[in-house]
Write a protein that binds this ligand. Structure first.
Ligand code: COS
Length: 380
């Protein structure tokens, strides 16, 4: 696919921003402290990146899925963790409200999220319900006045420590089996009974804290219910279709970043009297890396186009996520290999890319979950 002028311009803008603003100093600090960098987040918000895909009537830029994929790809090419800063509001944070929110909910929550004034995160996973998201046990008990009392525990909730609001999934009808009888809520994180666990010590994506979310007798009003009661699982799956596209784009960005670093290093590094790029063992690795990256990119852009055309894109998004996530890891592995011992120390960018890449085939549905979705569609 060839980008049209509008998208090529956006790609250039996102690339320039990432190359100028994501300085080595910021990236090193994120990795060392693991703490959220408010300054760079606010800068992204000022440029409108937090609302790229949120409609204009709700304070966003009204961009399409392709623009969103380009944003995540270009940011991840420089910093996978900072690509998540601008991703969440456009994806798992704002997505459920764009999909199923009432007009009042959209007007209340989306504009501050699009402007980066408030942070909205997504809480589906539980200690016992990861890939089997339908196994949700967090319970929301409806009260006679239509409000709900929520009890349970969510785990690996990215962004929870600094979130203002959270899209939460809880079982409202335990008589319904499996994924049925789950509802979607928008939760105020400051309500009594809501607390966060300690931020996890992660292998990569440091600087975007992840923790457990504990819910103890949390009383939410009836207005916190988003969409139809008991129909939350379908909303989660539809949201994840879009989210998976974003994470696929992140995989492409990581692969591209690794490829560029590996090319640069292979041209500079001399062994046996010549640059290592002149050895076929290295140049063929580069050829494989470039081919896999480009194939992943085309799957991502195609899935984005399908979504923008309003077509059923669930399978295409899963294919893109599956392929791009695996590609990011293959390419990161080879980039470290080409750097040899230097690739194993944190002075070189590929060391961090390698660690960051490892989460892509895990979050927003493992590669094996994507295989389930793809196979399920084939065998329907
Ligand atoms: N869009 C809309 N509805 C969907 C859907 C989609 N993409 N995928 C499934 N559904 C609906 C089905 O139509 C079915 O509806 P009914 O109950 O009305 O029949 C329901 O959801 C259950 O579908 P299914 O039986 O396929 O669900 P499973 O419990 O077998 O789970 C997987 C399917 C494994 C694909 C799902 O649980 C999943 O995606 N797990 C990974 C979760 C994840 O990505 N976690 C990361 C959290 S964010 S970091």
């Amino acid at each position: 696919m060839i980008l049209d002028q509008k998208h090529a311009r956006l790609q250039k803008l996102f690339r320039q921003f990432a190359e100028t603003e994501f300085t080595k100093e910021i990236l090193d600090r994120l990795d060392e402290t693991g703490e959220f960098e408010w300054d760079i987040f606010r800068k992204m918000a000022r440029y409108g990146f937090c609302g790229v895909k949120i409609p204009k009537e709700y304070g966003g830029a009204g961009g399409d899925y392709l623009a969103y994929a380009l944003l995540v790809e270009e940011f991840a090419r420089v910093s996978p963790v900072l690509s998540i800063y601008a991703n969440t509001s456009n994806s798992l944070g704002g997505g459920p409200l764009m999909l199923a929110g009432s007009e009042e909910q959209k007007q209340t929550y989306l504009p501050p999220v699009a402007r980066g004034e408030k942070i909205m995160v997504f809480a589906l996973t539980e200690p016992g319900a990861g890939s089997d998201a339908g196994g949700t046990t967090t319970r929301a008990e409806e009260q006679p006045d239509g409000s709900f009392i929520i009890n349970g525990r969510k785990t690996f909730i990215s962004g929870a420590p600094m979130a203002d609001w959270c899209i939460l999934f809880a079982k409202t009808d335990p008589t319904q089996k499996g994924s049925r009888g789950i509802s979607m809520f928008v939760l105020d994180m400051k309500l009594p009974g809501v607390s966060c666990g300690k931020p996890e010590h992660k292998m990569g994506i440091k600087g975007y804290p992840t923790c457990d979310l504990v819910l103890e007798d949390v009383h939410v009003p009836a207005s916190a219910l988003v969409g139809r009661k008991d129909k939350g699982f379908g909303y989660a799956m539809q949201t994840l279709d879009g989210g998976r596209l974003g994470m696929a784009a992140q995989g492409v960005g990581i692969a591209q970043g690794c490829l560029e670093e590996a090319i640069r290093y292979a041209k500079e590094r001399k062994q046996f009297g010549k640059p290592i790029a002149n050895f076929q063992a290295i140049s063929f690795m580069l050829a494989d890396m470039a081919t896999e990256t480009e194939a992943a990119r085309q799957l991502v852009y195609h899935a984005a186009q399908l979504k923008d055309a309003g077509k059923d894109a669930g399978q295409a998004c899963s294919m893109a996520k599956y392929f791009a996530a695996e590609a990011a890891n293959h390419v990161a592995y080879k980039a470290v290999q080409i750097h040899g011992g230097y690739g194993y120390i944190n002075e070189y960018k590929v060391e961090r890319f390698y660690r960051d890449a490892r989460i892509v085939p895990i979050y927003e549905g493992t590669s094996q979950v994507q295989q389930m979705v793809i196979a399920g569609t084939l065998l329907k």
